[in-house]
Write a protein that binds this ligand. Structure first.
Ligand SMILES: Nc1ncnc2c1ncn2[C@@H]1O[C@H](COP(=O)(O)OP(=O)(O)OP(=O)(O)O)[C@@H](O)[C@H]1O
Ligand SMILES: [Mg+2]
Length: 557
């Protein structure tokens, strides 16, 4: 299970391997950014040199100072632009790689994993969290680096100019600055973690409500939708308020800047009088202190963003780590081939969605090649779960399913899909045409194959009646089809795979008789020689099949 607010400890270390393909370009970009920052610091030094030249009345030194200043400013412009371009390019590449990786891993994730999580949460992790990270890598990371470097280099420069004045500044203000940062850091992981979790919960509720229009938007029910949404929205507001409060702790830096400049000027007047310091150095100090505090202020703003990105990254890495890599290392022995025909045998299957609550309990059942059987039982007895186990969509907690004597877990998933096909109770239809939906069948069939399948199942007339035939638009997620018609699409997909074993999870007990008739004909036509198991809700279906397997509370009777 994924954590709502996973720990952010060591998240960059855990993320590092995912950055591997992009490390070189990242490093080059960061070096360019260091160079441009060094130029910023050099500006103050060049000005200080010029001021000293003026006070000493040294014209040629002044010209040199002006030339140096111009060169430094130009160099900085070029470096800054270049590093920005490099960094944003590196950022975009990294993000594209990550997005591919997440989708690839989600696509191969066990069904159990996907079902156990809210769609909106997975959506938020694989899009929102990545978008936040894009923003961070592209905009905030360069700033963060620049600012951190400015602070470091400025401090070094100041120490070189006057260690006495620098030490005084450091002794006075560093402890306060550290205390402010510590105060911010104490609250930030929890605060920003809560913010991200609240955001994800809101996305999840919204996605679920939107796809449950029938239940929620039906006349008289919109209040329910709004009520569900409002609770999450309020929590998000509270989490955001808290984040703003924590963020504002950092604004104390602005106050510190004023104090530091005043203290600095007082001290320098004294030091210049005592002959310890040149006026140029004082100018450098005033300019640099401003730089320093401005950087700290920016840094404090960025620290909040960084914390947010860190939390998002933790949630993303949590997802990536929970999903197995796409290409498991090749096993010592290659996956055994499943025979074209074989018996489907389940032995002592157990399966629980939640620990301790078995939904399938100790089921052993065999369907010999060519068998025709119905699977019956009251609603919630575990028929669909058993069907998903028999087709290898779920891995049993204990026990095994074999086809032709070979355990499904040891065979390649592609072969299992080609041999054993389940037409689910709710056939999933994507928004698009019938042909686009049929193209989802394994092996991406062409139109000729689709037409043959339609012909084979005796559905020519049904397809012809759809406006546009194979190119008929099925509406958003197939809303134009009835439950029975969706199953017809499922059957067509199965016919395109032409599997030796077919399981059909009948949609409902009360199919429209015409659609039911078409389904029955289609199943009959598809059947010859193959194993057929129908999870039956209608007496007519049960009567048409020679054998009945009864499920009661997860056991066979
Ligand atoms: N994804 C899931 N997560 C948690 N529990 C589930 C899930 N799917 C099913 N269950 C539970 O498992 C039990 C068996 O469900 P299953 O869908 O297998 O029943 P069924 O016999 O197919 O019912 P129906 O005739 O209504 O289709 C039920 O108690 C159900 O609440
Ligand atoms: Mg069911």
């Amino acid at each position: 299970m994924l954590a709502e607010e996973p720990s952010t400890a060591g998240v960059f270390r855990r993320f590092w391997p995912y950055l591997r393909p992009h490390r070189v370009i990242m490093t080059v970009a960061l070096l360019a950014s260091v160079a441009s920052t060094a130029a910023v610091v050099a500006v103050a030094a060049a000005i200080g040199w010029g001021v000293d030249a003026v006070t000493a009345g040294d014209r040629s030194r002044l010209w040199w100072a002006v030339a140096l200043l111009t060169a430094v400013v130009l160099a900085r412009l070029v470096m800054l632009r270049w590093s920005e371009i490099l960094l944003s390019d590196a950022g975009e590449r990294t993000i594209r790689g990550l997005r591919d990786l997440v989708v690839e891993r989600l696509a191969r994730a066990p069904l159990r994993f996907i079902e156990a999580h809210r769609t909106g949460d997975l959506l938020r992790r694989s899009t929102g969290e990545i978008a936040d990270l894009t923003l961070f890598l592209r905009d905030q990371l360069p700033n963060l680096l620049g600012v951190t470097l400015t602070i470091g280099l400025t401090t070094v420069m100041l120490l070189v100019y006057s260690w006495l004045l620098s030490l005084l500044l450091i002794a006075l203000f560093l402890p306060i600055a550290i205390a402010v940062l510590a105060w911010f850091n104490r609250a930030s992981p929890e605060t920003f973690g809560r913010q991200a979790a609240a955001d994800a919960a809101m996305t999840a509720t919204f996605t679920e409500s939107l796809t449950a229009q029938e239940a929620l938007v039906a006349p008289g029910r919109p209040d329910e939708w709004v009520r569900r949404f409002r609770a999450d929205n309020d929590e998000l507001l509270a989490a955001n308020d808290r984040a703003v409060a924590v963020q504002s702790r950092l604004e104390l830096f602005g106050l510190l800047e004023g104090l530091a400049t005043a203290a600095l000027l007082l001290l320098s007047v004294w030091l210049v009088r005592a002959g310890q310091l040149s006026v140029g150095t004082v100018v450098v100090f005033v300019l640099a202190t401003r730089n320093l505090f401005e950087s700290m202020l920016t840094l404090s703003g960025l620290a909040g963003q960084a914390q947010l990105a860190r939390v998002g990254l933790a949630r993303l890495v949590d997802l990536l780590d929970a999903l197995p890599p796409a290409d498991p290392p090749p096993a010592s022995s290659p996956a055994p081939d499943l025979p074209p025909r074989g018996d489907l045998v389940a032995e002592r299957l157990r399966y629980a969605y939640a620990p301790g609550a078995d939904v399938v309990r100790d089921v052993s059942v065999a369907f010999p090649a060519g068998d025709r059987a119905s699977l019956v039982g009251v609603t919630g007895s575990g028929k669909t779960t058993l069907a998903k186990l028999l087709t290898g969509l779920y891995e049993p907690d204990t026990g095994s399913v074999s086809y032709g004597g070979i355990d499904l877990r040891t065979a390649s998933p592609e072969q299992v899909r080609a041999r054993i096909v389940l037409i689910p109770q709710q056939v999933h239809i994507i928004t698009g045409t019938l042909a686009e939906n049929l193209a989802l069948a394994p092996g991406t069939p062409d139109r000729a194959a689709m037409a043959r399948a339609v012909e084979l199942l005796g559905l020519t007339e049904w397809v012809a009646r759809l406006p546009g035939g194979l190119d008929a638009d099925l509406g958003t997620r197939g809303e134009r089809l009835s439950a029975g018609e969706r199953q017809i699409v499922g059957l067509l997909r199965a016919a395109l795979v032409d599997p030796p074993v077919l399981l059909l999870d009948e949609a409902t007990a009360d199919l429209d008789p015409e659609v039911a008739g078409r389904l029955e004909t289609a199943v009959d036509r598809l059947r010859s020689g193959r194993t057929l198991v129908v999870i039956a809700h209608r007496p007519a279906t049960i009567a048409r099949l020679p054998r009945t397997v009864r499920v009661e509370a997860g056991r066979l009777r």
